[in-house]
Design a protein around this ligand. Structure first.
Ligand SMILES: Nc1ncnc2c1ncn2[C@@H]1O[C@H](COP(=O)(O)OP(=O)(O)O)[C@@H](O)[C@H]1O
Ligand SMILES: [Mg+2]
Length: 360
């Protein structure tokens, strides 16, 4: 603990990984069920549909209807004449939002959550899989059944086990007849090019319950490119050299919590030493992370850990500054980048792009 001139204890504003306790309970991981800090203030109003992409305005409209349908089901229209108004029950209980990266799926999902009547839950597919694993299937279904709306971000069908899990879970909670499920999934640019979306895979995988899902395709370009331009991806622009990075770190005055400086190698070692479920906890005391010397990942396992770390950093709105020995897209080698986990890598690059553009 640092001391001020008059002897008062000051919070430690500079931390190293070893000083952060990242033990985490299951309750902490699955608890909350609310949008992450990055998406806790979004709304339908702040979503700006691209006039060149008609599916954006129509999706926004459809989601608004969906949420007011849920409100109406409960007779929450209110007002003296509320009971005279014709109720519009939501025939469709499930809605599946499919599209490329950065078109605003998570933004819309969180907006729908925030507008919907309680009780409601918001979580990522990974958290859902973790919650089911930790609680057991039957108790998880019981725990989620009372929710009017469950929002699940980034539905992943690339893992057979998780797909089975999700299928059983969805069938179980929907049997109650009270629960709506709104979910998103990312489509790879190569698939978009072929006019392919995930929706077909999703419907096939969830089989019998598919008819209670409507799927919507959200078209458009990555909003991060609209907002920040493409140039951040080109060499040198995003990456300061290590001396400049260290200098920025030295002069950075944290406002709320602490700052952390790490070399790329030290970061990888630390990530390898902890279960990924703890990465969130690792970031809690931090407002900014400086990473020196990003370089291509030779081992896919390191790359995947890093992807998870960046997901958490992004969700928790921790700021990021880096120096790098390669361009952003070259961080992940073609050997594994375009294979089974291609979606994770695309998402990570899109998020890194946004984080680095936002600056510190
Ligand atoms: N049409 C839009 N209007 C306003 N902000 C948007 C829009 N589309 C995306 N964003 C913003 O761009 C970022 C990426 O969007 P996100 O919802 O994460 O995309 P996706 O989930 O489709 O990958 C977020 O910060 C989001 O708030
Ligand atoms: Mg998303």
């Amino acid at each position: 603990m640092q001391k001020s001139q008059d002897g008062l204890e000051l919070p430690n504003r500079t931390l190293t990984f070893d000083q952060i306790d990242c033990e985490v309970s299951i309750e902490e991981v699955v608890g909350g069920f609310v949008p992450t800090p990055r998406f806790s203030h979004v709304s339908f109003e702040s979503y700006r549909p691209d006039p060149k992409q008609p599916s954006q305005a129509s999706t926004l409209q459809r989601l608004r209807e969906y949420v007011s349908g849920i409100q109406a089901e409960r007779g929450e229209r209110g007002g003296l004449l509320g009971f005279l108004k014709k109720k519009t029950p939501v025939a469709i209980k499930g809605l599946y939002l499919d599209g490329g990266y950065g078109v605003g799926k998570t933004h819309l999902l969180a907006s729908a959550y925030l507008e919907a009547p309680a009780p409601k839950a918001y979580l990522s597919f990974q958290e859902l899989a973790y919650a089911i694993g930790a609680k057991g299937m039957a108790p998880a279904i019981e725990a989620f059944k009372p929710y009017r709306l469950i929002c699940v971000d980034e539905f992943e069908l690339d893992d057979v086990g998780n797909t089975m899990l999700a299928k059983t879970f969805i069938r179980g909670v929907m049997e109650g007849g009270n629960t709506h499920i709104l979910t998103t999934s990312n489509t790879l640019p190569s698939e978009l090019g072929q006019g392919r979306f995930n929706a077909d895979d999703f419907k096939r995988e969830i089989g019998i319950i598919a008819q209670s899902f409507e799927s919507i395709r959200l078209e458009g370009e990555d909003y991060r490119h609209r907002a920040y331009g493409e140039n951040v991806l080109s060499e040198g622009i995003y990456a300061s050299d290590s001396a400049a990075l260290h200098n920025a770190y030295t002069h950075y005055m944290p406002l709320k919590s602490s700052k952390l400086y790490t070399t790329f190698d030290e970061l990888l070692k630390h990530l390898a030493a902890h279960h990924p479920i703890r990465y969130s906890r690792l970031l809690v005391p931090l407002e900014v992370v400086f990473i020196e010397g990003l370089a291509p990942f030779h081992e896919q396992i390191d790359a995947l850990r890093f992807v998870h770390f960046i997901d958490k950093l992004y969700d928790q709105r921790v700021k990021l500054a880096v120096s790098a020995r390669c361009t952003l897209p070259d961080l992940f080698l073609p050997e594994y980048r375009d294979k089974g986990y291609a979606k994770k890598y695309r998402r990570c690059l899109s998020r890194l792009h946004e984080l680095i553009s936002e600056g510190i």
